[in-house]
Design a protein around this ligand. Structure first.
Ligand SMILES: Cc1cc2nc3c(=O)[nH]c(=O)nc-3n(C[C@H](O)[C@H](O)[C@H](O)COP(=O)(O)OP(=O)(O)OC[C@H]3O[C@@H](n4cnc5c(N)ncnc54)[C@H](O)[C@@H]3O)c2cc1C
Length: 583
């Protein structure tokens, strides 16, 4: 007869479930406030989607901007949010965010290994909205030397392979520009050779790149800071169930390679499992385009994010928001076949605004301003797709474009195209008609669209979708190349000589917006709006403070880290407004 095994019991102050930006920021802050912290991570490596991300955070009035002389009143970003969020604007929550986000950056910068680079030239997505800025509201994790992690470096999730060069991360901004210019500018080539040489040496010595950039640097620096403060980070430890004493959450049952254990947490439990991008049931409920199976939403988020935090929160009386205008941070995604038979989900974040690319539907027609944000692009795809069809589009360009910028997972020259043509990821046609046939696009529609687009590119006026008219569009473009070609619009160039190329994109996301309802301390709320003692939700387990809107880049990581910082203060019984961490 089977006998029930009593799980081993352990005690800590704060139990954090999930090891992305939300979880690790809560852990580092709590440890600095003197709490004994355990982080449990379900996957074999820590970092979650954060480790694959760009590492950008939207933090208006951040210290790096202030030091560069960009000073603005809290009312400017507040106005922007009020107009962008509309009916979902929650002033108390927005003010809490705008007050504490710069303090969060200041804390990590002064007291931890996490350093930042500025985004002082990065505009908000919607330049025509009142309160929008031309720059100064973003920061990104600075490159981090992974050698600081010692042997734990092998527990750090590497970047998403398809977004790298042979596994080597490339930082956004100046670094990416050097890679794109390597064949034309000796100075860029020198930089690229230096980074690539260092990467190969790292591979030989450490079996992975040690110069971390983007989201990988963010996780590396946070994990190092956590470990330094004595935080116990355990991989392969999925949380299964919350422990409760009456209405208070007191810990969780966790699986481990050695068996189940109960981890009691004196000050509370933080849910930070990254939302529901791979939870078919909830996707079917909250994302109409995901279809009856919930599977027609190809998120680029980490595979471990299967909605566990939301279910755990609900089991303790929490509620998930179901009334957002959009329940996910949408992005066009292409499906990349891998040699091992698996399929990677590649989010198209960078190349859509470059001059010489258009996006078309099955009829061969453009349906959006390609240089708009990934979220807006995908919303337009959804809006313009007839109900009976599944939303699909093609990103299309000519030979000169693909060799200059690449397309999706396909890298620019001198890397060969052969593999991508052979596995069907990339379609090619010597003429537009041939390409249309390969993609099952209407050939006449496509030819008419390209003829019209080419004429518009020559004048620089996109009479159909106003491409290139906002500062964000122009930043996504390539002013230098457009200028060299005598073209007035940095986002528009004619698609001239074949062969032509296309990649199919479908609807996916960078993560989800709908999560557990919380108060400004990130405490999970019950249906009556009362906080559930001992239970916090951060990152994408918390309903986005943007209310299902996407006003700017970095609006998931900035709030993830800030509300984690606030949750840790609350759990430690410390007033964040008078935090000792600010001294
Ligand atoms: C390519 C790409 C680029 C992006 N760039 C940016 C950007 O620059 N700026 C920005 O703001 N956003 C960006 N995003 C979105 C951003 O990365 C995510 O919104 C963010 O990382 C979510 O953080 P998180 O802490 O909520 O979850 P995650 O970082 O996904 O971490 C959640 C972790 O919880 C673990 N977990 C799940 N269930 C359990 C369980 N039961 N027990 C224990 N652990 C569990 C998961 O395995 C995972 O490791 C990008 C996304 C992608 C895909």
């Amino acid at each position: 007869m089977a006998t029930a095994v009593t799980p081993v019991s352990e005690v800590c102050d704060l139990l954090v479930i999930g090891s992305g930006a939300g979880g690790l920021s809560a852990a580092v802050t709590a440890a600095h406030l003197g709490l004994e912290v355990v982080v449990v991570e379900k996957e074999a490596q820590f970092g979650g989607t954060t480790a694959w991300s760009g590492g950008w955070m939207w933090v208006p009035r951040n210290p790096l901007a202030a030091e560069a002389g960009i000073k603005e009143d809290l009312n400017a970003p507040l106005t922007y949010l009020r107009h962008e969020l509309g009916a979902q604007f929650d002033e108390a929550r927005a003010r809490t965010y705008l007050e504490h986000a710069p303090r969060m950056v200041d804390f990590f910068r002064r007291r931890t290994a996490l350093q930042f680079i500025d985004g002082n030239a990065i505009p908000d997505f919607h330049g025509n909205t009142p309160g929008a800025t031309l720059g100064g509201r973003s920061v990104c994790a600075a490159p981090f030397d992974a050698r600081a992690l010692g042997r734990r470096v092998h527990d750090l999730k590497p970047p998403l392979h398809e977004t790298t060069l042979w596994g080597m991360g490339i930082a956004a901004g100046a670094e990416l520009k050097h890679f794109l210019n390597a064949l034309h500018r000796p100075a860029s080539l020198a930089h690229v050779c230096k980074w690539v040489a260092r990467y190969w040496i790292d591979l030989a010595i450490h079996r992975r790149g040690m110069r971390l950039v983007n989201g990988n640097a963010l996780v590396g620096a946070l994990a190092h800071s956590a470990l330094e403060q004595g935080v116990d980070i355990r991989v392969q430890h999925p949380a299964l169930q919350l422990l409760r004493d009456g209405n208070r959450v007191t810990g969780a049952v966790v699986a481990s390679p050695q068996g189940r254990l109960q981890i009691q947490a004196r000050c509370g439990v933080v849910l930070a499992t990254g939302g529901f991008p791979h939870d078919a049931t909830r996707k079917q409920q909250l994302l109409p385009h995901a279809g009856a199976t919930g599977l027609e939403h190809w998120s680029a988020a980490g595979w471990g994010n299967t909605g566990d935090g939301l279910r755990l929160g609900e089991s303790a009386g929490g509620t998930v928001a179901t009334d957002l205008p959009q329940a996910a941070a949408l992005a066009p995604v292409s499906l990349v076949p891998r040699a091992d038979g698996s399929v990677a989900h590649f989010p198209h974040l960078i190349e859509r605004g470059k001059p010489g690319l258009i996006a078309v539907n099955r009829q061969g027609r453009r349906f959006t301003n390609e240089a708009n944000s990934y979220h807006d692009f995908t919303q337009d795809l959804l809006k313009t797709t007839p109900a009976a069809e599944s939303p699909t589009a093609w990103l299309l360009c000519d030979h000169a474009f693909i060799r200059c910028y690449g397309l999706g997972a396909v890298k620019p020259a001198p890397l060969p195209l052969r593999r991508w043509l052979a596995n069907g990821y990339l379609q090619r046609g010597n003429t537009l008609a041939e390409l249309a046939q390969a993609c099952s696009i209407d050939p006449a529609g496509l030819q008419a669209t390209v003829a019209r687009y080419n004429a518009q590119a020559a004048t620089g006026q996109d009479a159909d979708f106003a491409k290139g008219e906002t500062p964000y569009n122009r930043m996504q473009g390539d002013a230098a190349r457009a200028q060299a070609a005598g073209l007035p619009n940095p986002c528009m160039a004619p698609l001239q000589s074949g062969p032509f190329y296309a990649i199919k994109v479908v609807v996916g996301s960078l993560g989800t917006f709908a999560g557990l309802k919380v108060n400004p301390h990130a405490q999970v709320l019950n249906p009556q709006g009362q906080p559930i003692a001992g239970l916090y939700a951060v990152g994408n387990d918390m309903t986005s403070m943007m209310g299902g809107n996407y006003p700017s880049g970095g609006i998931t990581l900035g709030p993830a880290m800030t509300f984690a910082y606030l949750a840790a203060h609350h759990a430690a019984g410390v007033d964040a407004g008078a935090s000792p961490l600010r001294n």
